[in-house]
Design a protein. Structure first.
Length: 154
């Protein structure tokens, strides 16, 4: 498998892990430490976090929701044992009370920039920068928007 294919597959698994609530798979996509910047989405400063804490925060915030994470227009640059990628995203989130007639949903649209490191012939996500373009729906259904989500890891 080429490095481009491996990175595409890694992102497919990462996004699918949200939708399937497969927290173990999500953790396998991440490095031990991950630099994150979700400041365009919620009131949280950029910072470094452990892979374990990253997964725990998503599990707590998103476990109740039905989700569909989509990414497109992937561009990848590889330099030795590091790489960067850029893609657009569409994330659909539905609260269990969504009936098609109410506002029990919260969708987001924007761009991501990912950093990757390769160790032991496997790529892992080392940084995530989300650049929100627009949200649609009720942000209260998303757990991380209801409370301060400090991404710094002490």
């Amino acid at each position: 498998m080429s490095d481009w294919d491996a990175l595409n597959d890694l992102l497919c698994r990462f996004f699918r892990s949200f939708d399937e609530k497969d927290w173990k798979m999500m953790r396998s996509c991440l490095g031990d430490r991950v630099w994150t910047d979700y400041s365009s989405f919620r009131d949280a400063p950029p910072g470094e976090i452990s892979g374990d804490r990253y997964v725990l925060q998503r599990e707590v915030a998103l476990s109740l929701l039905d989700m569909q994470h989509n990414f497109l227009n992937l561009r990848v640059e590889i330099t030795g044992t590091s790489a960067r990628s850029w893609c657009n995203y569409i994330i659909h989130r539905f609260h269990p009370d969504f009936d098609g007639q109410n506002d029990a949903f919260f969708h987001s649209y924007g761009r991501y920039e990912f950093g990757f490191l390769r160790a032991n012939d496997e790529w892992r996500i080392s940084s995530i920068h989300q650049m929100l373009v627009r949200n649609h729906g009720d942000p209260e259904i998303h757990g991380a928007t209801r409370q301060a989500d400090n991404t710094r890891d002490v």
